[in-house]
Design a binder for this molecule. Structure first.
Ligand SMILES: C[S@@+](CC[C@H](N)C(=O)[O-])C[C@H]1O[C@@H](n2cnc3c(N)ncnc32)[C@H](O)[C@@H]1O
Length: 415
């Protein structure tokens, strides 16, 4: 991987936008502009620039339902004169991309269900777009060139080959007169949806704070994990197995080593690391959620070696550094699987100070990954590899696993 100059661009690349707010100046909502769709950006939209009467410079519009290279008419959905950028939807396609398809879902499209972003794009090209987003975030935020690609992940049903029926958990909104639906994009409004086409036929609706279910990881070991029905578990049926296999392949755990599983959930990675490190190994899972952490204790009970699960904020647990936990004080290996906001400086600093042999960073937000990779690189670490997985077809979401190593360690011969 190479590191060109860093540059910053304006825009909602973090994909955590707010809902519509009070306009600053004259509202442009509802205005229509002819435009060519520019590059894809993080968050399920592309960049377009439109000429606005009376303005010298073209306006940047983050536009949904288009594909780079298309000539379209877009309609502004959010934006006023004082805004840095506007948002819009493609409402007419004059020159279509060869990758445009008829959306399989009847409620996908401008003004309709906000659950999917790319139903109008063929699946292979969805992955091309996601690849571009990951590459852009790594370049912009970490200054590295990534030449990998986002790859499909096998599931458990043939429909998943078409990007459908993969979501094992789904949250519908009950409609006042009966029936159910999904939220419109960036809105509290609900669009009636009886059956979501990306939902697995056996998908469950999370019921807060109550029941435990048991989920198996479809790989050669077939461990089962207890998890709360409203707790975190990867939603694509192929995801846990693919991520565990990737993490183990990248970290190359050796018998007797120690490992930290940070943001460990119910102990998924810790369980397989324990198997790989064997009876002389040590694994510590750190998880903030009380229910998930209690499940991790149960799920790790049969694991070989010195295995423990603690509940706590990752940054705090690392800073306190309980000396009775060898995997916490001097880990050989680390799995870092934070929520969307990423790990952040305090956690990265603590890991840099410990200098483990390798860190596998599992990331559901490429922008947070890019920022945190930048922190590791600034501390003298090396980004060895990044792999991208299409665990969320039809949506803009993408999962990555990155391998990071301290350069001084990486430079030593492996014994
Ligand atoms: C992306 S999930 C990963 C879970 C697990 N590694 C897995 O694959 O099943 C992130 C987890 O981090 C936990 N979490 C979020 N913020 C945390 C924090 N500051 N400290 C500890 N855990 C946290 C969440 O409860 C969630 O279980």
């Amino acid at each position: 991987m190479t590191r060109p100059d860093r540059r910053r661009r304006p825009g909602p690349q973090r994909g955590r936008g707010t809902r519509a707010r009070a306009p600053r100046g004259r509202s442009r909502v509802g205005e229509r502009y002819a435009a060519e769709i520019g590059p894809v950006a993080h968050g399920g939209h592309c960049v377009a620039r439109v000429a606005v009467e009376g303005e010298e410079r073209a306006r940047v519009v983050f536009v949904r339902h288009g594909i780079p290279g298309e000539r379209v008419v877009l309609e502004i959905t959010e934006g006023s004169d004082g805004d840095r950028f506007w948002r819009g939807d493609v409402v007419e396609v004059h020159e279509a991309s060869p990758h445009r398809v008829v959306a399989p879902c009847p409620v996908a499209g401008p003004g309709l269900c906000g659950g999917c972003d790319f139903q109008h794009v063929d699946l292979a090209h969805q992955r091309t777009l996601k690849t571009a987003v990951v590459a852009e975030q790594l370049r912009r935020l970490a200054g590295v060139t990534w030449d990998g690609e986002v790859r499909p992940v096998a599931g458990d049903l043939p429909e998943q080959l078409a990007g459908l029926r993969w979501r094992t958990r789904v949250r519908y909104v009950a409609l006042p007169g009966g029936g159910r639906g999904m939220r419109r994009h960036r809105s509290h409004d609900v669009v009636p949806v009886d059956t979501c086409l990306i939902a697995h036929p056996d998908a469950r609706e999370p019921r807060p704070g109550t029941t435990t279910e048991h989920v198996a990881v479809a790989d050669t070991h077939e461990h089962a994990f207890a998890v709360a029905t409203d707790g975190f578990w990867q939603v694509h049926p192929g995801a846990p197995g693919a991520l565990v296999a990737t993490v183990l392949e990248l970290l190359q755990p050796r018998p007797g080593e120690s490992a930290l599983d940070l943001y460990g959930g119910v102990g998924l990675f810790a369980r397989y690391l324990a198997d790989a490190l064997g009876p002389d190994g040590a694994v510590l899972s750190v998880e903030g959620d009380a229910t998930a952490s209690a499940h991790a204790v149960d799920n790790l009970r049969e694991a070989p070696g010195r295995v423990a699960a603690v509940r706590g904020d990752v940054a705090t647990v690392l800073a306190e550094g309980d000396p009775s936990l060898p995997a916490l004080v001097a880990p050989d290996l680390v799995v870092l699987d934070p929520p969307r906001e990423g790990a952040g400086r305090a956690v990265v600093d603590e890991l840099v100070r410990r200098a483990p042999r390798a860190v596998a960073y599992v990331a559901c937000d490429p922008a947070a990954l890019g920022r945190d990779v930048g922190l590791f690189l600034a501390a003298g670490w090396e980004l060895v590899e990044v792999r991208g997985f299409d665990l969320f077809p039809m949506t803009h979401h993408v999962e990555c696993v990155a391998l990071l190593r301290p350069v001084s360690v990486a430079a030593l011969p492996v014994v």
